[in-house]
Design a protein around this ligand. Structure first.
Ligand code: SF4
Ligand code: SF4
Length: 106
């Protein structure tokens, strides 16, 4: 198990209430709003923490750079991927990577 898998395993073992609290806490700390790709639509929709919650829903479509590689939450969780608002969550990108190979994702 790598660091991300261990993180997810730890979250899975929590109660639903603890899981919800963990997501809410991480969402409040997610630095996406400071990223140039983040926009007003995403802000109004309360979208953040794309690495866990998945792609932006019809708000973000233009890639202007990604701050995820510098994010302390991402480092702590052992994330390998980035641009989660455009490409989907870490879990989704890992799944796609296993199916389609490395060329599509990095
Ligand atoms: S996921 Fe990455 S690209 Fe998208 S808003 Fe957050 S930091 Fe920016
Ligand atoms: S890795 Fe990206 S999406 Fe995840 S918390 Fe950090 S800035 Fe937000």
């Amino acid at each position: 198990m790598d660091k991300f898998e261990q993180t997810m395993d730890g979250i899975r073992k929590k109660t639903p209430k603890e899981q919800a609290d963990t997501v809410a806490d991480l969402k409040s700390k997610c630095p996406c709003p400071a990223c140039p790709t983040y926009n007003t639509c995403a802000s109004k929709a309360g979208e953040k923490l794309f690495c866990v919650l998945g792609k932006s829903f019809m708000c973000i479509s233009e890639d202007k750079g990604c701050a995820c590689p510098q994010c302390p939450i991402g480092k702590e969780a052992g994330l390998k991927y980035q641009k989660f608002c455009l490409r989907g969550s870490e879990m989704a990108q890992r799944y796609e990577h296993t199916i389609w190979g490395a060329s599509l994702n990095r």
